[in-house]
Design a protein around this ligand. Sequence first.
Ligand code: UP5
Ligand code: MG
Length: 193
Amino acid sequence: LKLDGRPLVFVLGGPGSGKGTQCAIIREQYCLSHLSVGDLLRAEVSSGSDLGTTINGYIKDGQIVPMEVTLRLVKQAIDRDVSGSHGFLIDGFPREIGQAVDWERKMCIPSLVLFYDCPLSLLEQRLLKRGETSGRADDNLESIKKRFRTFQETSMPVVEYYKALGKVAEISSDATVAEVLHKTQDALAQYLP
Ligand code: UP5
Ligand code: MG
């Protein structure tokens, strides 16, 4: 695995909490590789493969795609990365405790976990707005409700797990993109000079 001791940051938070938006900015500023696991899965769907068809079913239903699939896609993306970046942002993963434990066993312990916290009512508004143009299979009210449930029941325990390990920087994303960015930069400062 081509991590070469470079820092790896998990970027977590509810659906629409701003993971992708913030990663797109800080990747440039800190020269990081940004791997959105959702984007990797959607690329597989777009390829039209049988696996993609299966993945699309999970995404529409707000369910978590089996670990062996996501882990393979993330590993491939890290191994293909030739940017010589200073570290990695893993956006939207791990989403359940088993994935976190498995990752630590097979890959590495994250340097930091960024957690974007935002009221679900605001997330719903943002996602419905985005859904007007995103073309994402899961930006509709029915899928959004399912995503919220999976987030609360299955993905929040991952945040709690890393909180107990003292790894989490919790950032309220109920604020402007610029305000959230400032807090993100503060959190990253001690890990990424
Ligand atoms: N926006 C962002 N920040 C804002 C701010 N501060 N103020 C006002 N508006 C703001 O932002 C969402 C929207 O809000 C955008 O329109 C943005 O402009 C606006 P975005 O940055 O896209 O938020 P993000 O947290 O990235 O939202 P996303 O919808 O991507 O989060 P999800 O976690 O739902 O989606 P993801 O792509 O990670 O996963 C999708 C599905 O893939 C999952 O539901 C699951 O089925 C599957 N999956 C797995 O199975 N395993 C994985 O490991 C990963 C995904
Ligand atoms: Mg995203």
